[in-house]
Design a protein around this ligand. Sequence first.
Ligand code: FAD
Length: 279
Amino acid sequence: MTGKTPFSIEFFPPQTPAGVDKLRTVRGKLAELRPEFFSVTYGAGGSTRERTFETVFEIQRDGLEAAPHLSCVGSTRDSIREILAEYRQAGIGRIVALRGDLPSGVQDPGEFRYANELVEFIRGETGDTFRIEVAAYPEYHPQARSPLDDLTAFKRKIDAGANAAITQYFYNLDAYLHFVDACRKLGIDAPIVPGIMPVVSFSKLARFSDACGAEIPRWMRRKLEAYGDDTDSIKAFGLDVVTELCEKLIASGVPGLHFYSMNQAGPTTAIVERLGLAG
Ligand code: FAD
């Protein structure tokens, strides 16, 4: 591959005015790295609707490309139609289309059960207005009945009109390479961009990984546990491990990297700079 590997950066919409100010500063710093786009998550059932809009539109007003996430579970067709109209009018050109997760205790999935139905709906309503990215799971989605079922579900999203995928984060390179290989054998030729999670805190990462089914390899877990409260060592170790993972991914020819920034500038900046990807 020639040229620098493109990369994108993900934020979640802040909950407080202080969080909004902080994200503005973080975004300013990360913008200097020249990512391809910033994406902004969206709470299932529309729980962050206004905050996602505000964050997305602010990024766009600053002249940068913003890709809102849109999750469909717990939503009606009318509510999704309204959101698509807002984004279309605002000139948004890219959407990350997801199912999302119902909050515990909520039973009613609304009018969409799976993300492929959302992709199909977006294409039906808006044609080629949006580039659509979907989620993919190198270590397989925790609710999937089998790896093959999950691959088939992923293929349905691509067949419904998604252009590309961003993966759940992983620390095991082989999981990603095997997944891409399995996809190609099934005839899925869309770009599959690895999701990259910098390591900044062991307890948060462990909680997160348990919930989303991403594995922290035992050797990493043991080392991170052993650092205890020594956050500097955790960060230094995390930076080395994740940079090396990215280097190997780039060497394997990945179409891009997507950083889960957790609304922090430091960890993503350090990795991008070490990789020499800053624009
Ligand atoms: P789907 O592709 O619909 O798959 C969900 C599960 O259902 C899988 O186990 C799949 O195998 C199975 N499945 C699919 N179709 C069928 C079928 N027809 N029959 C039986 N089983 C089926 N969540 C948010 O709430 N907001 C966000 O902004 C957000 N952003 C994300 C960004 C990325 C890059 C990733 C990787 C995840 C993100 N998530 C987000 C989390 C995501 O919503 C959850 O992982 C969710 O559980 C699955 O969403 P999905 O779009 O992958 O669902």
